[in-house]
Design a protein around this ligand. Sequence first.
Ligand code: ARG
Length: 584
Amino acid sequence: MIDPVKVLTQRLADAMTAAAPDAGGIDPVVRPSDRTDFQANGIMGLAKRMGINPRELAQQVLDAAELDGVATAEIAGPGFLNLTLDEAFLGHSVAEAIGDEAQGIVASQEPQRVVIDYSAPNVAKEMHVGHLRSTVIGDSLVRILESRGDTVIRQNHIGDWGTPFGMLIEHLIDLGEEGAIAELALGELNTFYRQARVSFDGSSEFADRSRARVVALQAGDPETLRLWRILVDLSAEYFQAVYDRLGVRLTIDDLVGESTYNELLATVVADLDAAGMLQTSNGARCVFPDGFSNREGEPLPLIVQKGEGGYGYAATDLAAIRDRIDRLRADRLLYVVGSPQAEHLAMIFAVARDAGWLTDATEVDHVAFGSVLGEDNKMMKSRAGASLKLADLLDEAVARAAAIVAQKNPDLDEAERAEVARAVGIGAVKYGDLSSDRTRDYVFSFDRMLAFDGNTSPYLQYVVARVRSILRKSRVEGIAVPGERDEPVPDRIGMVEPAERALGLALLSFGRVVEDSAASSQPHRLCTYLFELAQTFTRFYEAAPILKAETDEQRHHRLALAVGTERVMVRGLDLLGIEAPQRM
Ligand code: ARG
């Protein structure tokens, strides 16, 4: 598959190297342009570094560049190049992209083993919208990375250990196993947790029992472990129901809860101690990594073992990072965790580096994300002020989608309408999350995410359905659709109308956008691209009639562009974890 941007970049870089053999760091910086197809801006920087006139350097580069059969170039402004692809080159490239099984996604040159930590809700607690974000962003990154040939290992680091389990197990005993199981099976995780907390705060007898229970749990008492298992298993079932509902690719097999690392914690502490990294502070054993301080400017501790001997969240994360590097042999580690944990994770990475567990051979990224806000711009809560139930949120999205779909397309039968409503409702929630820069907070608004215009998933799904209806119509009229049955995709697409050109160029950039989203862990770049592609298709369809084209050949080529659009849109939505209904 030919990517014109890569070809142009290569040819211009060669010419720049010829003109400035010793310069180093040569990048022609080829970008899409409003005036013509592309613009190369990199010559100006090179001229500046060499202390020469940029327009003169541009001329030298032009003279040396082998662009025949690829593009024509023109020097403009202070020394950039305007590049217009040759029609034949563009037409062939687009034809190839349309026929490409991978829609132009190029396998990574050095596929990596990526270990990705995402979702990670807590046992016996409702998932909150932060877990929704982590789940949806993580799932999309998994799909994007796998599409490029990386081996992705999912780690659902659920909170299944720690002091709260004393009170949770005692509450389970008080309720009676059957009653507790019934409550948790209904997904009433928050009620369960809250009542345990009420008993703990209200009764010193309960609190004492709870503390003793934590000790028994940590000592591995079989009966305590059996009760603990009930809580973990029922919660995991509940999480799985939410994942299935969302259509994310997490399964029970990806669960690697905090408890998994229990056996490794003592070694973590011993090794840190042997490395001379541990200090005792207020009775707790801590590491003070360089560069972290509290508000008063004092060094900030990472507590690895508490005064009474218990281990906490940090120790578990240290054990986990070692495990991911040593046992899972990660080349890249991703932590899809909210921004408030940025300092915690930075400290984990710093300590793992200082201890020699994490080296430059492993890339590590905190894929941070902002908060979900309600329409009042405050942290999102349910109407009653209690924390929100994710399942209710999804129900409401689907119910609202059903009403909209019924109104837009009254012809759909009930079964199809329900299917479409599910795809639209769930897609809207996911896309609403994925489409904004993940590092920012966003306001959760059903009205906005379910709108059929603007940068929303219903809009993208609607455009796909429109393209499909054009293809259906052409089949009905006996017009062969390129790429279907025995009908090949033409080996060159005519690029006469500006709208055809724009659509062709847009189709060619998909692979690059996927690559860029993978490298930056930014699914919103893919969203922006798909939104622009949908708009470009719409403009194309208005300017360049397909079934009413002037000649058979033109109609055939335009149909091929429609086929390419459908394939890229569907693949792109799939990389976001969003389904594209046949009709809407
Ligand atoms: N369970 C944690 C929470 O709900 C998130 C865990 C994130 N992953 C990690 N390795 N610390 O906040």
